[in-house]
Design a protein around this ligand. Structure first.
Ligand SMILES: Cc1cc2nc3c(=O)[nH]c(=O)nc-3n(C[C@H](O)[C@H](O)[C@H](O)COP(=O)(O)OP(=O)(O)OC[C@H]3O[C@@H](n4cnc5c(N)ncnc54)[C@H](O)[C@@H]3O)c2cc1C
Length: 383
């Protein structure tokens, strides 16, 4: 198996994102990226170790077991992991997205009982929010319906794909409640009575993400597992959506960084012919550095200026990240040529990963719709 730690396209003075992260990625993740890609191995042990060094604590306050290092730190952890493997970067994002929702919940039971487990990586989890997010943007119907009952809600419906989950994992989902305009968001555990996890689909690039279809049949969710009640949703959404979307830039930045490194290596021997390709490494690298700087700036702004509306900016940057990922991976593949076609070569894996960055919610088409809706003053976007 070929193990190739990539040289990062970074400011040489940049300090390590998290003490121990570089060594953990080099020793625990890099050796298994081909296995993750080809055999769909779920990197559970790596995720637990990442949690143990604080890799999931950035958005969580120290009172709930986090590091409180902030959104930029979360983004950088996802970016560092994605430089090796976007499939793993995606599940790291999912865990952060789960932590972000729990940290911003007004429910103290979630913050004291479950959040410390997620922040430390003792428990793993994800987010089943794609469908709800698309329904709020008037792209598709919400597939989950909830009914208020004594002491909680009963949830019914099916989500076709939720990643980083399993019987002992947690994830949050958004459900419509009859008569309410806001969304109900609840946290469920994979072994909840009435919930069935089915793994009957197989994926390219993302088979190692533990992705399941989730069928809810009369699943009772007690009040102490409610992340937000419908009447709280609008304010909750404003607090969480820019971070939820911007963190996905970590996948794109890490992937593009890896593509730039591949192109540079190829140019050591093939620059005389690579120079005829459309997208040259200098242009991709300049775009990467600009996108990275803009992402870090926006992360700091979201953290420091609570209440400032950063939604449009985060959507626009996320779109740029998808477009750049497609361009960079396409060019890296063309630079590598036949070598890039080998099963264990990262170039073809990067092409498949880039398409995931571009299609996972919010996908390119979704982002463009939301930008159109915001710019034209249309009010449908409330995901
Ligand atoms: C590997 C992988 C991991 C994912 N992980 C998550 C996750 O962790 N959390 C999460 O919320 N979402 C997850 N998704 C869903 C993803 O974010 C998108 O929402 C989803 O791919 C549909 O978006 P779309 O733009 O393709 O849909 P559109 O093009 O807008 O519509 C396609 C429609 O067809 C439906 N559809 C297509 N194929 C199937 C199928 N086989 N079974 C059922 N319905 C189908 C889609 O749900 C959708 O309604 C994952 C998707 C993939 C492929």
């Amino acid at each position: 198996m070929q193990v190739n730690m990539l040289q990062s396209v970074a400011d040489p003075e940049m300090i390590e994102t998290l003490p121990g992260l570089t060594a953990l990625i080099r020793d625990e993740l890099a050796p298994q990226v081909v296995d993750i890609d080809v055999n769909g191995t779920y990197p559970g042990a790596f995720l637990h170790r990442l949690g143990a060094i604080g890799g999931f604590g950035a958005l969580v306050s120290p009172q709930s077991g986090g590091t409180g290092r902030g959104l930029k730190n979360a983004l950088q952890v996802i970016e560092d992991v994605s430089k090796q493997c976007v499939s793993t970067g995606f599940v790291v994002w999912a865990q952060h997205a789960c932590a972000c929702y729990l940290q911003n919940s007004s429910n103290p039971a979630l913050r004291s009982d479950i959040l410390p487990l997620i922040a430390s990586g003792v428990a793993l989890g994800g987010t089943g929010q794609s469908n709800a997010m698309k329904s709020r943007a008037a792209i598709e119907e919400n597939r989950l319906k909830a009914m208020r009952v004594e002491g909680g809600y009963v949830v019914n419906g099916t989500l076709p794909w939720v990643s980083n989950i399993g019987l002992d994992h947690y994830f949050h989902v958004g459900a419509d409640v009859a008569g309410e305009t806001g969304l109900l968001v609840v946290l469920v555990k994979g072994d909840s009575p009435g919930l069935t996890l089915n793994q009957n689909a197989h994926f390219i690039a993302m088979e190692g993400t533990n992705t399941f279809a989730c069928q809810f049949k009369e699943v009772f969710v007690a009040d102490d597992r409610v992340v937000v009640h419908p009447h709280e949703f609008a304010r909750f959404r404003a607090r969480t959506k820019p971070a939820f979307v911007l963190m996905q830039m970590g996948m794109g930045l890490g992937l593009v960084d890896a593509c730039v490194s591949m192109m540079k290596r190829s140019n050591k021997t093939h620059a005389h012919v690579n120079c005829y390709l459309d997208d040259q490494v200098g242009d991709i690298e300049a775009a990467l550095l600009a996108a990275r700087a803009a992402s870090y700036r926006l992360a700091d702004k979201i953290d420091s200026e609570a209440g400032v509306d950063c939604e449009r900016e985060s959507i626009a940057l996320r779109l740029l990240g998808s477009e750049l990922s497609l361009k960079a991976s396409n060019s890296a593949m063309l630079h590598l040529g036949a070598k890039g076609y080998l099963v264990n070569n990262a170039a073809q894996r990067r092409v498949r990963e880039a398409y995931f960055v571009a299609i996972v919610t919010p996908a390119i088409k979704h982002l463009r719709k939301e930008l159109h809706d915001i710019d034209s003053g249309c009010q449908v976007c409330s995901a």
